[in-house]
Design a protein around this ligand. Structure first.
Ligand code: NAD
Length: 504
């Protein structure tokens, strides 16, 4: 329940907060306490139309800024963000629940893309071929698309929008961000920072809401592209509907990332990394490891090492001191869904090695906590193996060989991330060649590529052709023109006339 004094989280349109009286709203929780701390506004069609119209005006102004002027705004944004990132981390933790250092890590990874985008002049320049035919030159240049839409998931309220808006805005577009309704405040904070950095009104817009806001962006002929990150069913919906209206689209979906541990691997390292990648951010990462494929005979040993490490994890409010290792899940509904998967695994015959169901933190009994959970001998027919759980649940599947492990990974419907742990370079090399997954770690558990490469999975983890950020990002947010030009040789037309006054 909310009281009269509950804070309202607004939209950001035309350089100002927008609150609409009588609007539909949704509660925003503090997951560590379970309390409603704010109500977020949900856009109706009039607000959506205003947001798009303002972005269109913003685009007309911003796209005519010189490269030097755009670059100075980008650098100012980066400097302000760097100076004030602590405030933003606190906002992430209060609405998402991840621990403060992890929130700071999310900002750091997002800021890498801002820094990449500061160098946009070299990534958006064209090419020139002289004299392709006598007197004829061909050259290309890239122009921004116009108004672009970004629809973001709850688990990275800063990094994911930043992957897209940094590149899009640097390239001269106007961005409309539709944040997750579960943690919508960070985007408003970022909007104010952009304003302080000198970005013209309308170039960064925040449209709060649900399916109505998303459909408003999808159906608008003004919106030129959609960048989506979220669950696979919605990613597919976005892909199909954005394509239907002729937009560019990149729609990143869910994941079920496997870590293959070969018998020659360093098991101490593998256990450390499995715990880190399985339980960090309470498993609410699209690059989290959710399945460990233990190639026998290492499974018993590995399970013991992981269990021992789980015993040392501290769970609590992500903003508390000393900082815990893991915070709560995003909502009570999501916590119950995660618990449901553990019930399913148990019913399907998995061993529950560590059970996080019913876990409570003293003094925060209403928080959405779920303890780290370790399942062993999980049948691959179980929904707990096949579906994305998105919580602190690590499943061990015992396999007899590299080939059996590889076959399991490749037969899955997701292809976001995977990792191999081995000391055999040849095995790792074969794995990176054979595995049907977009991002691969070799003795590295969460292989999110740096900003100057690009991020994207395969199969049902990504719909569309252009990945996020890097060169893919700049290609996605620009359109190229090729000019074929002929200028006549002045020697054949009475010499060069510079237009200056002539003296005898
Ligand atoms: P979600 O799909 O529920 O929501 C994502 C966005 O879509 C939100 O802004 C939400 O408001 C909107 N949305 C929800 N239902 C909609 C509908 N019916 N029509 C239109 N829009 C709708 O995802 P989530 O729970 O916020 O995020 C978790 C998911 O995101 C996980 O599946 C995770 O794997 C995935 N994810 C993927 C990546 C990646 O890079 N592949 C990164 C982060 C998260």
């Amino acid at each position: 329940m909310t009281d009269q004094s509950t804070r309202t989280i607004p939209h950001w349109i035309d350089g100002a907060e927008r609150v609409v009286a009588g609007s539909r709203t949704a509660p925003v929780f503090n997951p560590a306490t379970g309390a409603v701390q704010a109500e977020v506004q949900f856009a109706d069609d009039a607000v959506i139309a205003d947001a798009i119209a303002s972005a269109e005006r913003g685009f007309r102004v911003w796209s005519q800024y010189s490269i030097a002027k755009r670059q100075s705004v980008m650098f100012a944004f980066r400097e302000l963000l760097n100076a004030r990132k602590g405030e933003l981390a606190a906002i992430i933790t209060s609405e998402h629940g991840k621990v403060l250092s992890d929130a700071a890590g999310e900002i750091a990874r997002g800021m890498e893309v801002v820094e990449l985008a500061c160098g946009f002049p070299s990534l958006t320049k064209g090419e020139h071929s002289e004299n392709v035919s006598t007197g004829i030159d061909v050259y290309t240049f890239k122009q921004p698309l116009g108004v672009i839409g970004i629809i973001s998931p709850f688990n990275f309220p800063v990094m994911v929008p930043m992957w897209f808006f940094s590149v899009a805005i640097a390239a001269g577009n106007a961005a409309i961000v539709k944040p997750s309704e579960k943690d919508p405040s960070a985007s408003i904070w970022l909007a104010k920072l952009w304003q302080e950095a000198g970005l013209p009104d309308g170039v960064f817009t925040v449209l709060q809401g649900d399916k109505q806001a998303v459909d408003g962006l999808l159906n608008s002929p003004v919106v030129q592209s959609i960048s989506f990150v979220g669950s696979t069913p919605i990613a597919q919906y976005i892909y199909e509907n954005a394509a239907r209206t002729g937009k560019r689209v990149q729609a990143l979906g869910g994941a079920k990332n496997h870590m293959l541990v070969l018998p020659d691997a360093d098991l101490e390292l593998a256990a450390d990394m499995a715990v880190n990648a399985g339980y960090g951010a309470a498993g609410e990462r699209c690059m989290a490891i959710s399945v460990v494929l233990a190639v026998e005979p290492v499974a018993d040993d590995l399970v013991a090492k992981i269990r021992e490490r789980i015993g040392r994890l501290r769970i609590g409010d992500g903003a508390s001191t000393p900082e815990p290792d893991m915070g709560p899940l995003i909502t009570g509904v999501h916590r119950d869904k995660v618990a449901g998967y553990v019930d399913v695994a148990e019913a399907d015959g998995a061993d529950i090695v560590v059970d996080g169901r019913g876990f409570q933190v003293d003094g925060a009994e209403d928080g959405f906590f779920f303890g780290p959970t370790l399942l062993d001998k999980v049948p691959t027919s179980s929904a707990a193996y096949r579906e994305e759980i998105f919580g602190p649940v690590l499943s061990i599947v015992r396999v007899q060989s590299y080939d059996e492990g590889l076959e399991l990974i490749n037969s899955g419907r997701f292809g976001n991330g995977t990792a191999i742990f081995t000391n055999d370079g040849g095995a790792a090399r074969r794995f990176q060649n054979e595995v049907q997954v977009g991002m691969i770690g070799v003795n590295v558990p969460i292989p999110v590529p740096v900003a100057y490469h690009s991020f994207g999975g395969w199969k049902q983890s990504m719909f569309g052709d252009a990945k996020a950020y890097g060169v893919h990002g700049f290609d996605f947010f620009t359109r190229e023109k090729a000019i074929t030009s002929r200028w006549l040789d002045p020697a054949k037309h009475g010499g060069i006339d510079l237009g200056f006054p002539q003296h005898d």
